[in-house]
Design a protein around this ligand. Sequence first.
Ligand code: ADE
Length: 248
Amino acid sequence: MRIDVVSIFPGYFDALELSLLGKAKSRGLIDLRVHDLREAAHDKHRTVDDTPAGGGAGMVMKPEPWGEMLDGILADSASGSAGSESVPDGGAEPLIIFPSPAGDVFTQRMARELAEERHLVFGCGRYEGIDQRVFDEYAERGRVRLVSIGDYVLNGGEVATIAMIEAIGRLLPGVVGNPESLVEESHEEDGLLEYPSYTKPAEWRGREVPPVLLSGNHAAVERWRREQRIERTRRVRPELLPEELREA
Ligand code: ADE
């Protein structure tokens, strides 16, 4: 998959060099390209923002640098500079995602959908946001989504983009070593939260690993884990419980 990110703080994305995602990148499974929006601002101060039309507090990101940057990325994408051959070829046209608290809420389901794309472009806004005409322009020319990672406000789209790239990236074939570990996780399959995990020693500070996990009885372990998932989901996120598990 090819992923382009546009930001005035490209340094944020150094974090994606670490761990599984970094490995996926160096193995060519993810072709990540981070662009500094200021490279497309040509005045002496490389200005990317200006005062809001109509007045009010804060600053708004100017449309021209965004236009130049996104035009360049789209032209490059169209010229056939795709990502890895080994990932599914979703809509050939890139999908531009603008992280925004005003967008559709990002979920595991959305991560799975986005993992099917060939090319994602993340446009990270700062300040009070980006001039609306940028969204309108690219929505008319192609595919654009505003996506929120939750009901809270960040200072910009960078951290939200990192969260989305990690959630999407780990679903790409070959990124996570053991694909089974993707299946049992919270929000996958049946929508239940994960069961609690334990390792050795069998006792730590007087706290024991639940004996069933040391029983060697595979069926009993599976039963216990499922009960734990249901109990935890009922307690923490009752709205996620499937209909048949809800108490009347
Ligand atoms: N930018 C600021 N807050 C955000 C949020 N909650 N999700 C995505 N992008 C954002």
